[in-house]
Design a protein around this ligand. Structure first.
Ligand code: MN
Length: 397
């Protein structure tokens, strides 16, 4: 544990010495020098400066404009650096107030996958999008974690404005599609996992190897244009209704910070193939409590512990076909929804498909924490975004 520091956050602050998430920041005096910082309460530790001052062997990994070199170094190095950072918390010389720095996208995103792992969400969406189907879940849903490849290049850091997307939409009653700004712009409250250690082609990552590969965790808002999505998604899945923007936290919380929050996933109702069978594995769930606010008002508290598929199963599934894994690969859980009406992770479910959806100027913020050691809270950095109007209609539209 660190020595006492005058900067030490108050008891109950989710960014105390048990959390220590990594981000990338700049200061007003050096706006062209992004480097790695560690959040500690209302402060940011300049990890590059502290590492240099304390003669750390890992100083070169911390004086970087992205987390990728540190992420690629592997779990033994992650653990050494985290231990060193704890020792630097008592050295006041290298801290900046959080409100005086600019935060940047913390890692260079390689590939991006979004899953669909909440049984409550998938069931609710199935009932809304396919009201005539016998079963809300598709026949494959309990046998494999369903996902799709998203657009890595439009992942943006928390605080970035989101421009209302435009596209084709056609309601069932309409004779022909029309073009224009989305009229049903929604959120999806999700949890993201950042891959550090790569894996070569044809070396699937087993459930037990999850910790060796996943560097950390963050919040994700998978903005979704429901009208565009509903018209385009059959038969190949989400496309332009999702790819305009995906917001992520500025802070990546190390996976090891959640050791006390591991929890068993819901009971499996269908037998799983061996590569997904986690019945004898360490508990794969995380007891993260998410809060969704729109314009400052709490609209939902989705429980991540209710997710049917775990992040370890998702990584095993992503690589079981022989696909390689790169540092910076990023995957999100899918919308987190629990069984209760105030635990739903998107407006589609919260309004039972009727809306209202997001208006221009609306600001959405996700926060989350998990239980840590000795009653401490482990926080995920917030993810926030404000909707700005679509640009004027392009010529010829
Ligand atoms: Mn999603």
């Amino acid at each position: 544990m660190p020595q006492h520091s005058p900067l030490e956050p108050a008891e109950g602050d989710p960014f105390g010495a048990h959390t220590l998430p990594y981000g990338v920041f700049t200061t007003p005096d050096a706006p062209d020098r992004p480097r790695i910082g560690v959040r500690y309460g209302a402060y940011v530790l300049d990890a590059a400066a502290a590492a240099a001052a304390h003669g750390s062997a890992h100083a070169g990994l911390l004086d970087q404009p992205t987390l990728n070199p540190l992420m690629a170094a592997g779990r033994p190095v992650w653990q050494e650096v985290r231990s060193e950072v704890r020792g630097w918390l008592s050295d006041e010389a290298h801290f900046h107030p959080l409100d005086r720095v600019t935060l940047h996208l913390p890692f260079e995103v390689a590939d991006y996958v979004d899953f669909y792992a909440s049984e409550h969400h998938a069931g609710n969406v199935g009932r809304i999008f396919r009201p005539d189907a016998d079963e809300p879940l598709t026949p494959n849903w309990k046998h494999l974690p369903i996902g799709y490849h998203g657009r890595a290049g439009t992942i943006v850091v928390s605080g970035t404005d989101v421009v209302r997307p435009q596209g084709q939409r056609k309601a069932p009653a309409d004779a022909t599609p029309s073009f224009g700004p989305s009229l049903r712009l929604d959120i999806e409250a999700e949890v993201g996992f950042v891959v550090g250690t790569p894996a070569p082609v044809n070396t699937p990552v087993t459930l037990g190897a999850f910790r060796e590969h996943v560097f950390g965790v963050c919040l994700v808002n998978d903005w979704s244009a429901r009208d565009i999505q509903a018209w385009e998604y059959v038969p190949l899945g989400p496309f332009l209704g999702k790819s305009f923007a995906t917001s992520v936290s500025a802070w990546i919380t190390p996976l090891d910070a959640f050791d006390e929050a591991r929890t068993a996933p819901p009971e499996r109702t269908h037998p799983l193939l061996p590569y997904l069978d986690d019945s004898g594995a360490e508990p794969g769930g995380i007891d993260l409590r998410i809060e969704v606010t729109v314009n400052g008002e709490t609209v939902s508290r989705p429980p991540f512990s209710a997710m049917y598929w775990t992040a370890a199963q998702q990584l095993a599934h992503m690589t079981v076909n022989g696909a390689s894994l790169r540092t910076g690969d990023f995957y999100a859980s899918g919308t987190v929804s629990g069984p209760e009406p105030d635990q739903l992770g998107c407006l589609l479910e919260l309004t039972q498909g009727k809306g209202p959806y997001l208006a221009d100027g609306d600001e959405v913020t996700l926060t989350a924490w998990a239980p840590g050691p000795d009653g401490a809270r482990i926080g995920l950095g917030e993810v926030t975004g404000r909707i700005v109007p679509a640009p004027a209609a392009p010529p010829g539209s």
